[in-house]
Design a protein around this ligand. Sequence first.
Ligand SMILES: Nc1ncnc2c1ncn2[C@@H]1O[C@H](COP(=O)(O)OP(=O)(O)OP(=O)(O)O)[C@@H](O)[C@H]1O
Ligand SMILES: [Mg+2]
Length: 196
Amino acid sequence: MKLAITGKGGVGKTTLSAILSHLFALDGRRVIAIDADPDANLAQALGIKASDIKEIRSIAEMPDLIEERTGAKPGSMGGFFRLNPRVDDLPEGIGYKIDGIALLVIGKSKATASGCFCPENILLRRLLRHLFVEREDVVIADMEAGIEHLTRGTAEAVDAFIVVVEPGQRSIQTAETVKEMAGRIGVKKFLLLPTK
Ligand SMILES: Nc1ncnc2c1ncn2[C@@H]1O[C@H](COP(=O)(O)OP(=O)(O)OP(=O)(O)O)[C@@H](O)[C@H]1O
Ligand SMILES: [Mg+2]
């Protein structure tokens, strides 16, 4: 079960991601919750205590890890780096564990959020592919608002997109755009979840 939760800003994506993560974990499933939003707050929604949240960093902001795995410093372009870095140990190794859920934060700040062919993006893409394609765990990804993430070549591996919609024209418009793009990249299921 690999789910990406999307929708316009503020519609309830993070709340839904946290609730689903806890429900699957209560059901005895191993859950990996991914916070892919640059403005990360899934940790709060999952109920992680404030003092621990301060210590949770995004993988995109772990230069030592990026260099160790890819063989190149983040931000470097044009040099040689591994295209197939090891990632399978990351959920257990650096994921924050709460009630049977491992939280991985992967969002990039806007300043570095380009789709560049650079070590940090290679590592994050490889990690998402691993989580979506190669794992048996339930994976729930809280995506950033909007549709940009659909153009990065990782989302097509999920089983379903859940688009949270408010009963408003703009929210429904975003959902329609997501549906159209998701269909084009071959996402198998597309679910709409109205919040009211
Ligand atoms: N079903 C709901 N009913 C009432 N309030 C809700 C519901 N879902 C979420 N909220 C509240 O709405 C606010 C926004 O929710 P949330 O952070 O989950 O949205 P989001 O889509 O993740 O936002 P962002 O685009 O900023 O990441 C929060 O204060 C949350 O508690
Ligand atoms: Mg959110």
